[in-house]
Design a binder for this molecule. Structure first.
Ligand SMILES: Cc1ncc(COP(=O)(O)O)c(C=O)c1O
Length: 496
């Protein structure tokens, strides 16, 4: 368990403590309870006191004192230079009274599905800093222009913008259809576009409208855990399918039993960045048509591309209309906007529009109206063009530092698009352990191994989000990673 997980676990346990006692006592009890119930197992690294204090909005001293008390009582071990760990001595005490999974009043009230969602969660509260993947640099967003456009919609007192937005704001769908025609080679009418609150909701709608409980969905492995968790939460059966440099790569056994849906990110496979080859695209589309299955295309960051050749969408290639396209504004506008869209085949328009209204009740019309003008006025493409240059410089700097210092040990790959850089370890280093060590030094990354379900598909390395780190601030945290990796690599050599 890495320290981010232990941090979240302690935060959950802390939230459940009865109030009344001092914050230090509540924290002490929360950690002690988690240890006794083996939710924090012997050997688990605890978060640095500063991190936990920030997470719980407590003073650092409060956390230090709670840790100290637990050290004195033998629940925790402090190891100089490496942090605080759950004591191994706890392993020899009586076995846990309760099952290992967290069981408490709130959890007992949850459904099996609710428990699974909570147990499988990978979302992180850490959303900033080098090198948390997935986040754009919002400091460069033209908020002044955006504010004017939003204010204009408010000034107009357009009552219809205060209503539910059945299927989304019409003029936004018109400009979006034109934008997709030009940039993604997609011939679609505005009717085929549905505006939703983020890609997760879009995936959820697809899962609910196109599949039943127990139906199989192929998911790229490694792949986007967020979509995988949404699919699992709708009771679909995930079949992890391998990925290589040409994108999803189903084996003979996979092809033999058609799933109900296939989820892919063909423009830039997440997290490897592989662009799905034309041959694979055609084979998948032919298979989808023949077996009457659906392909969900996650086109989450196609706008940020560092080479001049546009990658066409799968949707645009599917003459038989078996593809549902998911686009998002999170990466090019800002994630908190929570606006994404689906483009569905003509035959699905009515059902999806109704399903969307029934399940979620659309809104955010004001933002949608402002966004329509933002795109129509050329601000959207201008912002993308500008950010592409900024991100490219940052990505190049990160690649340069890693190549200079880690040649033969860790190799950046993919990375011709998007906000993140996958880096593969060339030696059997433990990426989860390294992520925990890095976090202790204030550097965040997601271990590549966490993106896979099947052991045989597991990559080992780092997913580094460089987009929100100014170019002059890349070297220092990158060198921290270099040092940690070099030390691990050295340890490995000594052990051999
Ligand atoms: C591969 C991929 N798809 C989709 C999304 C989610 O986008 P949204 O913010 O629209 O839910 C993300 C977010 O990080 C992502 O990494």
């Amino acid at each position: 368990m890495d320290t981010r997980l232990s941090c979240e676990l302690i935060a959950q346990s802390f939230a459940l403590q009865p109030t009344g006692a001092s914050a230090r006592a509540q924290l002490y009890l929360a950690i002690r309870q988690a240890i006794i119930e083996r939710r924090l197992e012997p050997g688990t690294a605890l978060p640095p006191t500063r991190t936990l204090a920030a997470e719980l909005a407590l003073g650092r001293n409060t956390v230090v004192r709670a840790y100290d008390q637990l050290i004195v009582e033998g629940y925790l071990d402090s190891r100089v230079g490496s942090g605080t760990f759950v004591s191994d001595a706890v392993a020899s005490t009586a076995p846990p009274q309760k099952p290992k999974r967290m069981v408490c009043a709130r959890q007992e009230g949850l459904s099996r599905r609710g428990n699974r969602i909570a147990a499988d969660a990978l979302s992180s509260r850490v959303q900033t800093g080098a090198f948390m993947p997935g986040f754009p640099d919002v400091t460069h967003f033209p908020f002044a222009t955006w504010r004017k456009l939003v204010a204009k919609q408010m000034r107009l007192e357009q009552r219809h913008l205060a209503q539910y937005g059945y299927g989304g704001y019409g003029p936004l769908k018109v400009v979006l259809a034109e934008y997709l025609r030009v940039t993604r080679m997609m011939a679609c009418s505005p009717r085929q576009i549905l505006i939703l609150n983020g890609s997760h909701q879009a995936v959820d709608l697809c899962a609910r409208m196109l599949a039943d409980a127990g139906d199989v969905v192929w998911m790229e492995d490694p792949g986007y855990w967020g979509a995988r968790n949404v699919m699992t939460a709708t009771d679909l059966t995930i079949r992890p399918v391998a990925v290589d440099a040409q994108g999803i790569n189903p084996g003979d056994a996979d092809w033999e039993s058609p799933p109900r849906m296939v989820f892919v990110s063909p423009s830039s496979q997440y997290p490897t960045g592989a662009v799905m080859s034309l041959e694979r695209r055609l084979r998948l589309l032919e298979y989808a048509e023949k077996n009457r299955i659906w392909v969900i295309e996650d086109d989450y960051d196609n706008e940020i591309r560092y080479h001049p050749h546009p990658v066409a969408s799968l949707f645009g290639l599917s003459a038989a209309q078996r593809v549902i396209y998911v686009g998002t504004f999170s990466k090019v506008m800002y994630p908190g906007l929570r606006l994404a869209y689906l483009v569905v085949p003509e035959d699905l328009v009515e059902a999806f529009t109704t399903g969307n209204a029934e399940l979620y009740r659309e809104g955010r019309m004001l933002e949608q109206a402002a966004l329509a003008e933002f795109i129509d006025g050329g601000h959207f493409t201008a912002h993308i063009r500008r950010m592409r240059g900024i991100y490219e410089e940052r990505r190049d700097r990160l690649v340069e530092v890693l190549r200079t210092h880690l040649d033969g040990v860790a190799t950046p790959f993919g990375g011709s698009a998007g906000l993140h850089l996958p880096v593969r370890f060339e030696q059997p280093l433990d990426d989860v352990l390294l992520a925990a060590q890095a976090l202790r030094e204030g550097v965040v990354f997601r271990p590549l191994s966490m993106y896979s379900v099947a052991a045989e598909n597991r990559l080992c390395g780092m997913n580094l989000g460089f987009a929100a780190v100014p170019v002059e601030q890349i070297e220092a945290p990158a060198l921290k990673l270099v040092r940690l990796i070099e030390a691990e690599s050295q340890r490995l050599r000594l052990r051999a």
